[in-house]
Every structure is written in structure tokens, then in C-alpha cells.
Design a binder for this molecule. Structure first.
Ligand SMILES: *Cc1c(COP(=O)(O)O)cnc(C)c1O
Length: 341
């Protein structure tokens, strides 16, 4: 297919008189001027990100959240009503939604009880016709990194794209799979500004891959998928990148504190090890009742009881120090009202 050629593709930059895109040259209604279409190739952000991540700008795709990248990867590779993708539940729900929306079948390779890839995953994938596999590491909702060797074996044996979703990589003590892109032409690494960067409201997700694959994603994306407001704020955030390790350290401290407190509570059965900014916790008491009791105290967590392998589990995001205290106090109260038999 021929990609849409936007006004900003045919003329780059600014001229004194810009009458090519039917914009409003008088300015904008409202306090800020957003009358001009944004750079469709987001060159400024990609230049900064390339430096930060040690890749070349043509290895970077920017999406309206990672969710746009997930959808575009499915649409790029799959013919509706015919093809399939592979996922490893329990995992992030958007992979399945993107497949369903695009009439693409789902092959499920459930994780083991400790939420690692099963030993036969590489063999199953090697024999699979799936166009891509989503591997989420650290995984949501379980929090753990997937073992490096298992991912390497899949990269060596699977014919489709291997997408490693690193939304929580900033919290993990492991090198990013971005460092392995040169070795594996079918590897795609997804990251996001929504978690450690604290910019979920902006909607900015990133996919890193070979220049060839990035070229295809750019061809099928909506031309102006990253708004001018998002581009401006993302640039400001990148200029403040040194703040990121401070925030990360504070959240990791919060995670350690929360974990230590939760182990003292009789209603808590197990806290799964986490490389992310949340804890998956299995309760000895009814987890849905616990969810409701927290909710009635104004504390909202994520009920994951119906996810495969997550019976009795709630996912608790690490908050501010004060929020973490409130959560632990509320759970202690709830426990004292529902003593474990
Ligand atoms: C939160 C999250 C994302 C982020 O999605 P955005 O659309 O960038 O906000 C991606 N993948 C996983 C696994 C997540 O948990």
C-alpha cells in the first residue's frame, strides 16, 4: 500500500507563510497555540531517545501509548480471519483485545505456577504458525522478569516477531532487550512513558526494532499519531531524565517497605517476587471480598482473581509512602475483622 503523504511530509519545517495544510493561521481558541500540525516523524523526541537508549533514530517507533504499537503490530503482521498471535497468560490484557478487535486468533501458552515460560514454549512456538508472540517482562500482573535463556531460545526458533514488552523495565535490575536488537532482526522491544516516567496521561509508547520493521510501522500509523502537546511534554521530560533514577529509587523503596509490611499480615498468603512497581499478592481470605472492603475505604487496587494462575490474588500498585501506609492499615483492619481460620 501507499502511505498517506501529509502536508508535513511534502514540506518539512516552517516557512514565513504556511498555507498548505488548511490550519488556522490566526491561532487557536484557548490559551495555548496549537494551530500547526505536529511533526509526523517526531524527530526531536527520537533524537533524544536514541541518545538515551543507545540506538539509532530509525530504530524507534512512537505510538499513542504502547497500546497503539500493540494494535499496529497485530495489524501489520496478521490477516484478519486467518492468522494468529501467541500470548503467555496471565499477562497484559491489551494483546488479547488487539487480536479480538482485528479478528485474529489467539494461541495461549500459559506460564508455569511461578510465572515463567514453560520448558516446552520454544518447541511449541517453533511449530506454531503464529505471526508474533507477546512476552511481557517484567510481566503484568505477576511482576517478574521472564528468564533470559527462555527468551533467547524463542528468538532463535520462532519464525514470527518476538515482542518483549518492557513497560516496567525501568524498575528491573536487568539489561533491556534493546541491547540485543542487532543480534535478532525479529525482536521488537516495547517501552512506555506511562509507568516509571509518570506520564500515563500523555499517551506515549515506544517500540524499538530493526529499521526495516520500524519503516513498516511508520507506513501504517495514523500520520499525526503523537500530538504536539505530547511531543512538547515528552521533550521536557527527556530533558529532565536525571530525575528518573530518583523517582525509581523512591518507588523501589516503597515496594520493599510494602512487601515487608504485607508479610506480617495473617491474611496474606504469598507475595510474588516483583521487578516492577506493583506486587501481586495472594490472600488466605476471599480476595474479592478484600478488594470490596478496600474499595469501600476509598482504596482501589486491581482484582486479578479470575486470571489464570492468579486465584485469590490482588495486584497492588506501589504508591506514595502515605498511600502505602493507608493500604497496609486498611488490610490489617480488614484482616482483624475476617480472622484467618
Ligand atoms: C501499563 C502497560 C503498558 C503501557 O501502555 P501505554 O499504552 O503505553 O500506557 C504496556 N504494557 C504493559 C504490560 C503494561 O502494563
Amino acid at each position: 500500500m501507499q502511505a498517506y503523504s501529509s502536508a508535513r511530509d511534502e514540506f518539512e519545517g516552517m516557512a514565513p507563510v504556511m498555507l498548505d495544510a488548511n490550519e488556522n493561521s490566526l491561532g487557536s481558541v484557548g490559551p495555548d497555540n496549537f494551530s500547526r500540525y505536529p511533526d509526523p516523524h517526531q524527530r526531536a523526541i527520537k533524537a533524544d531517545l536514541a541518545t538515551l537508549k543507545g540506538v539509532s533514530p530509525d530504530q524507534i517507533f512512537l505510538g499513542n501509548g504502547s497500546d497503539e504499537a500493540i494494535d499496529l503490530l497485530v495489524r501489520l503482521t496478521c490477516t484478519p480471519g486467518q492468522d494468529s498471535i501467541a500470548i503467555c497468560p496471565p499477562t497484559y490484557g491489551m494483546y488479547e483485545v488487539a487480536a479480538n478487535l482485528n479478528d485474529v486468533r489467539i494461541e495461549r501458552l500459559p506460564l508455569t505456577p511461578d510465572f515463567q515460560l514453560p520448558a516446552n514454549a520454544p518447541a511449541i512456538l517453533a511449530a506454531s504458525q503464529a505471526k508474533l508472540v507477546f512476552l511481557c517482562s517484567p510481566n503484568n500482573p505477576t511482576g517478574n522478569l521472564l528468564a533470559q535463556e527462555a527468551i533467547e531460545t524463542i528468538l532463535a526458533n520462532f519464525r514470527g516477531l518476538v515482542i518483549v514488552d518492557e513497560a516496567y523495565a525501568d524498575f528491573a535490575d536487568a539489561p533491556s532487550w534493546i541491547t540485543r536488537l542487532a543480534e535478532f532482526p525479529r525482536l521488537v522491544v516495547m517501552q512506555t512513558f506511562s509507568k516509571a516516567w509518570g506520564l500515563a496521561g500523555l499517551r506515549l509508547g515506544v517500540a524499538y526494532a530493526s529499521p526495516a520493521l520500524i519503516g513498516y510501522l511508520n507506513k501504517i500509523k495514523p500520520p499525526y499519531n503523537i500530538s504536539a502537546a505530547t511531543q512538547q511534554h515528552a521533550l521536557a521530560a527527556l530533558a529532565n531524565a536525571p530525575q528518573l533514577p530518583e523517582m525509581r529509587a523512591e518507588l523501589l523503596q516503597g515496594r520493599e517497605w510494602l512487601g515487608a509490611q504485607l508479610t506480617q499480615l495473617p491474611i496474606v498468603e504469598h507475595i510474588f517476587p516483583s521487578d516492577a512497581n506493583f506486587l501481586l499478592v495472594r490472600f488466605r481470605v476471599d480476595a474479592t471480598a478484600t478488594y470490596d472492603a478496600l474499595s469501600s475505604r476509598g482504596i482501589v487496587v486491581r482484582n486479578r482473581t479470575s486470571q489464570p494462575g492468579c486465584a485469590g490474588c490482588l495486584r497492588l500498585t506501589v504508591g506514595t509512602a502515605a498511600e502505602n501506609v493507608q493500604l497496609v492499615q486498611a488490610l490489617a483492619e480488614i484482616g482483624s475483622q475476617n480472622p484467618v481460620a
